[in-house]
Design a protein around this ligand. Structure first.
Ligand code: NAD
Ligand code: TDX
Length: 339
């Protein structure tokens, strides 16, 4: 079995590659990544010479480059993680989100049609369902919840999902889609809530909480997401959408306070800043379908996962310090100074 993993130099894609090389040592894994600001080859350095791993630097929206790779590699399965993934960046500049997330998905699926494929899997997000009110804890996103997006990011991901389902119906492309809740764990880019707060706390810098910090996210340890995708590409039904989430809802402010506690830093570092535009209030996934059909259950409890994650950032300072000392500084200044 040969699997193309796009976006494998990013957070979840790299964790997925490590998972697959470990869980299926006989599979060939081909990573395609454009190495944008979010892609980091140092993340993959331990496997660069692995006999069952190969890396291509290419943009998924570059049709010629993608066709060339498909022609020479002839993959059996494609798992598409490649995306612009940060909501705040999409609010600043939507265009690249449309190119990568929508056009890139179309190009990959065209390559699958042209060269043949057993499965195309689209890694989507719970954000395509919009948000839920805080005063209705009884409500959850199911696979039947209507698409109702808030940000340019989530709209681009929802557009891609619609295209994937259209390619299935129109061309019979064998597709599956997973819609997962917020992930956390090793190699999470430090512009996102949890790694940003860990890095800032370790540097005794202010911890910028948007609005009142009451927004709720449903956190899942990244390895649990990777296992879910592994199950879906092997046993999931073609044409189906699977929600992935571990019933672990937490308010942002409680996460930030927990990080302060774990790192023995004062809560006085917490600074409330101007809210995100169009900020979704609550995400909450109902994972009944993937549990009933594929037997998936999360294995890592948040209390353990967050400790493991914090320890990883303590043990791998070089990885994130290099990131935050580069171009990231301009981003941080633009997004957070005088906010
Ligand atoms: P990330 O930003 O950490 O990584 C994205 C990767 O894609 C990077 O390596 C980047 O270089 C690469 N990339 C970007 N544009 C590309 C292009 N045009 N061609 C080739 N490669 C390109 O993102 P992530 O958090 O790992 O998310 C991966 C996927 O999972 C995304 O599709 C995202 O929408 C989805 N998702 C993420 C979460 C989460 O909590 N992080 C939750 C649910 C779904
Ligand atoms: O500095 C911050 N302060 C803050 O209060 C940042 C970066 C975030 N937040 C808040 C905004 C959100 O309510 O924390 C929450 C989480 O923010 P992000 O880490 O940016 O994640 P989110 O917007 O929830 O989106 C994530 O989950 C769904 C991923 O980035 C998406 O790629 C995925 O689809």
């Amino acid at each position: 079995m040969k699997i193309i993993v796009t976006g494998g130099a990013g957070f979840i894609g790299s964790n997925f590659i490590f998972h697959m090389l470990n869980a299926h040592p006989e599979y060939d894994i081909i990573c395609i990544d454009a190495l944008t600001y979010a892609g980091n080859l140092s993340t993959l350095k331990s496997i660069m010479n692995h006999p069952y791993f190969k890396f291509y630097r290419a943009d998924i929206a570059d049709r010629e480059a993608i066709y060339r790779i498909f022609e020479s590699e002839k993959p059996d399965v494609v798992v598409n993680f490649a995306a612009e993934s940060h909501v705040d960046r999409s609010i600043e500049n939507p265009e690249i989100f449309l190119r990568t997330n929508i056009m890139g998905t179309a190009v990959l699926m065209d390559a699958c049609r042209k060269f043949g494929i057993q499965r195309y899997h689209q890694v989507s997000t719970d954000e395509v369902y919009g948000d839920l009110p805080l005063d209705r804890p009884d409500l959850f996103f199911t696979e039947e919840t209507p698409i109702h997006t808030s940000s340019p990011y989530s709209s681009s991901k929802a557009s891609a999902d619609l295209l994937v389902l259209a390619y299935h119906r129109t061309y019979g492309l064998p597709v599956t889609i997973s819609r997962c809740s917020n992930n956390y764990g090793p190699y999470h880019f430090p512009e996102k809530l949890i790694p940003l707060m860990i890095a800032n706390a370790l540097n005794d810098k202010p911890l910028p909480v948007y609005g009142e910090g009451l927004n709720v996210r449903d956190w899942l340890y990244v390895e649990d997401h990777c296992r879910a995708i592994d199950l879906i590409i092997h046993n999931g039904k073609v044409g189906e959408v699977y929600n992935v989430g571990g019933h672990n809802e937490m308010r942002n402010i409680d996460i930030v306070k927990l990080i302060c506690k774990e790192l023995d830093k004062p809560e006085s570092l917490i600074t409330y800043v101007t809210d995100r535009k169009g900020h979704d209030m609550r995400y909450a996934i109902d994972p009944t379908k993937i549990h009933n059909e594929l037997g998936w259950l999360p294995e890592t409890k948040f209390a353990d996962g967050i400790k493991k994650t914090i320890q990883w950032y303590l043990d791998n300072r070089e990885w994130w310090e290099e990131i935050i000392s580069g171009e990231y500084q301009n981003y941080y200044e633009k997004m957070y100074t005088n906010r």
